[in-house]
Design a protein around this ligand. Structure first.
Ligand SMILES: Cc1cc2nc3c(=O)[nH]c(=O)nc-3n(C[C@H](O)[C@H](O)[C@H](O)COP(=O)(O)O)c2cc1C
Length: 195
């Protein structure tokens, strides 16, 4: 049997920078622990914003025909999840927030069929932030927890690298990169225990 599939979501529209680097460390941890990392780059996934039509609340299915349907498949087949994202105005970048909003069909399904509520799978959030905003990072954490709870994940570990802005700044925080690697190993361990 292959190791647990860990869906690894890159939330920054800026490629190869701080949050991507943290995610790479987590991916290494996942692979090293025998898990199967599955990468998803939100800015390249063709996910449009929710239009609020509410048809999914009745049917459990989204009528917007775009890249989100591949994301639903990835969410459904994952044994664990990791999201790496910068903080944008205390929350997450718009493209990632669009993906979160498109989790509304899971809400619809849960309302109609309690049996559709799967046991929660483990999750981890990796945040990078410049740190200059007095409104902090809590909104990014809460928004991630809320959307992914509906999709069937529990974000039980959050690693925040605050004080990183320019590309490469994250390299000044080797402890956070090490923590991210360990978080990847931990996801594999928790997902294996839940199988
Ligand atoms: C549009 C925008 C909004 C931002 N808002 C915040 C913020 O509210 N709080 C914060 O600490 N940093 C903020 N930042 C800084 C980013 O979180 C920081 O540069 C982060 O390390 C970028 O991650 P990346 O290198 O993976 O793209 C913002 C950056 C941008 C471009």
């Amino acid at each position: 049997m292959s190791g647990p599939r860990v869906l690894c979501i890159a939330g920054s529209p800026r490629r190869g920078c701080n949050s991507d680097r943290m995610l790479a460390a987590l991916v290494e941890g996942v692979a090293g622990a025998g898990g199967e990392p599955v990468r998803l780059v939100v800015s390249q996934s063709g996910v449009q914003p929710c239009n609020g039509c509410n048809s999914c609340v009745r049917t459990g299915v989204c009528i917007v025909n775009d890249g989100m349907h591949a994301v639903y498949d990835a969410l459904d087949s994952a044994d664990a999840i990791a999201v790496a994202t910068p903080v944008y105005f205390a929350s997450v970048p718009a493209s990632l927030k669009a993906l979160y909003d498109r989790c509304q069909p899971y809400w619809g399904r849960r309302r109609h069929d309690a049996a559709a509520v799967a046991p929660k799978r483990p999750g981890c959030l990796l945040l990078t932030a410049g740190g200059g905003d007095p409104f902090g990072t809590q909104c990014a954490v809460t928004s991630t927890r809320s959307a992914l709870a509906v999709a069937g994940f529990s974000i039980d570990e959050v690693i925040e690298a605050v004080g990183v802005d320019e590309p490469g700044d994250i390299e000044r925080f080797p402890n956070h990169l090490e923590q991210a690697g360990q978080a990847g190993e931990g996801l594999v361990a928790r997902a294996s225990a839940g199988r």
